[in-house]
Ligand binder design. Structure first.
Ligand code: CA
Length: 274
């Protein structure tokens, strides 16, 4: 009887040891799998830090000969301390907001901007929306503010990426000379990145950027400070990009930007001259 008990105890102990060993194997496999996944994610994110593969050797995109654009009507340069806010709340739904005009870089359909009411608007009741869903890839709808031009500035806007399958993005343009020449910082909800470009003669080239989560259907804040040749960009209140560039040193207009078939809502565009 005693021998039988010892045999059972021994069998139980061997069984327990086996279970522990199995668990350890499982943990190790899980760790290995996690590490492999992490490696894949890192590898998958890496190309996004560089300009797109189709941007060419110099990282430029766009036609060799740009589409003609209208000359911008000059606007007085604003002195330090002057601020303007566009909340679109006293504008008429279905129309362009006051003191703004629509434009486009690239080709495809003209941009289609309109004030509309949105129950989720950061300032109620209205937002301004780009609603054209033309899928032309190299097509950048612009909404340019007419009030003035700004050199050193603090510029911000709230935006909500609503839809888009070619692109789903929202951005701020500044130091704009005309719809073929400006700086643009934008967030993309399909690519989960935030990028700073210069557009020169209608050709776009990225010179700084950051990878971050950009959710669709929610309001986020884009903000840029430009001081001399230094450009600092924030996303939802956090500094994400610091860069220097000497392409556009003079004062220029500011505005909103989307790409391709992006339907994007914007609200509370604020600009101050520093
Ligand atoms: Ca509003």
């Amino acid at each position: 009887m005693r021998t039988v008990k010892i045999a059972i105890l021994a069998a139980v102990l061997v069984g327990l040891a086996g279970l522990v060993a199995c668990n350890r194997d499982t943990d190790e496999r899980q760790n290995t799998t996690s590490k492999a996944l992490a490696g894949q994610q890192t590898a998958a994110q890496k190309p996004a830090e560089k300009p797109d593969a189709d941007e060419g050797e110099e990282g430029e995109e766009g036609p060799a000969t740009p589409a003609a654009v209208a000359t911008e009507k000059p606007a007085p340069q604003q002195t330090s301390g002057k601020q303007f806010v566009y909340n679109f709340d006293s504008d008429t739904p279905g129309q362009l907001p006051a003191k703004c005009h629509a434009a486009r870089t690239g080709s495809g359909a003209e941009s289609k901007w309109a004030v509309m009411d949105d129950p989720t608007a950061p300032s109620k009741p209205n937002v301004v929306a780009q609603t054209s869903t033309d899928q032309t890839d190299y097509r950048f709808p612009l909404l340019i503010a007419d009030v003035g031009s700004f050199q050193d500035l603090d510029l911000s806007v709230r935006f909500k990426a609503v839809s888009g399958s070619v692109d789903r993005a929202g951005g701020l343009v500044f130091r704009l000379k005309d719809p073929n020449n400006y700086y643009i910082v934008r967030a993309n909800a399909l690519e989960n990145n935030y990028r700073l470009y210069r557009v020169v003669n209608g050709r776009r080239s990225q010179f700084a950027g950051a990878n971050l989560k950009v959710t669709s259907g929610e309001w986020h804040e884009l903000r840029v400070e430009a001081a001399g040749n230094k450009i600092t960009c924030y996303y939802d209140g956090t500094k994400k990009i610091e860069a220097t560039d000497d392409t556009f040193k003079d004062a220029g207009k500011v505005g909103l930007w989307t790409k391709a078939d992006s339907v994007t809502y914007f609200d509370d565009l604020k600009v101050g001259a520093n």
